[in-house]
Design a protein around this ligand. Sequence first.
Ligand SMILES: Nc1nc2c(ncn2[C@@H]2O[C@H](COP(=O)(O)OP(=O)(O)OP(=O)(O)O)[C@@H](O)[C@H]2O)c(=O)[nH]1
Ligand SMILES: [Mg+2]
Length: 312
Amino acid sequence: MHPLAERIQKQDMRALARAITLIENDDEEKLTLMSDVFSIQKQAHYIGITGSPGAGKSSLINQLLTYLRQQDLTVAVIAVDPTSPFSGGALLGDRTRMNQHFLDPGIFIRSMATRGSLGGLARATKDSIRVCDAYGFDVVLVETVGVGQSELDIMKVVDTTGLVLTPNSGDVLQIFKAGIMEIADLFIINKADLPGVRKLKSTLEEYMMIVQPEGWEPPIVQTISTEAKGMAELYESMKSHREFLYETNKGAERRKQQLQLEVYDLIREEIWREVKGEIEKDTQKLEAFQNPDADPYELARSWFREWVRKGE
Ligand SMILES: Nc1nc2c(ncn2[C@@H]2O[C@H](COP(=O)(O)OP(=O)(O)OP(=O)(O)O)[C@@H](O)[C@H]2O)c(=O)[nH]1
Ligand SMILES: [Mg+2]
């Protein structure tokens, strides 16, 4: 077994952090490590929290953490920040807000940088979730700003997705247009201390009347993160959703669909690594990169074919 996987299994938090760095950097060791990690996965509940910038996702997660710790559950938080890959500003903000938990061994908090990760952010996030699962956390929370395709991809890797909305913000419309409504397993009306809650709630109810979700109707939960209100109800809804996944086999269905996509992703990644390795060993090929007018299609095709022929 990969030494890091062994240490993770023994709940060594530094090994956990190290493994996530390997994942972020697309280190060559990643695949062997992940294969071992996969074999020691446990049964964590993977929960995604998404929503518009400033909707209160971090505040909510912070309060949910406190609540879950009170229930004697251990929690890992992965904050994905696709919008500001270079600044680190969001990371600092999140750190201060979640600060009070830093000394608790039942909690692990990590921000993921995009850094053009090869398999994409969703890939890196999924691997990181698995590492946290192997470590033995009961719950893995993933925070992401729901603004585009990559967030939709990330939400496909979790069991339960909570969509955070705020009253009077107009974000429902935006989220609706972006096709993000469909990924919600539960709607969280955060900032329920502000006016406009009833209106938002009826908008969501109307939405559900129209789409008529099959099997699972996303519950609408109200929270006030600044006052730690609504956390018990929130977690109860999350748990019910998970039970629904088990009871109806929907969870297995989801994971099966994911498996195929994941295998394809990994194949793409392996091939890329190999072909790139070959190119980088060849000074003549590297020189071709120096010609700004070179035809990228032609280069890619001929080098890929050459690599295929070599393997024959
Ligand atoms: N009134 C009120 N304000 C809240 C509530 N929850 C969060 N806020 C405030 O909303 C602001 C944004 O909160 P964050 O937790 O940083 O929101 P976020 O969704 O994580 O933001 P990004 O990560 O930047 O997208 C902060 O000033 C919070 O204090 C709430 O329930 N009621
Ligand atoms: Mg945040």
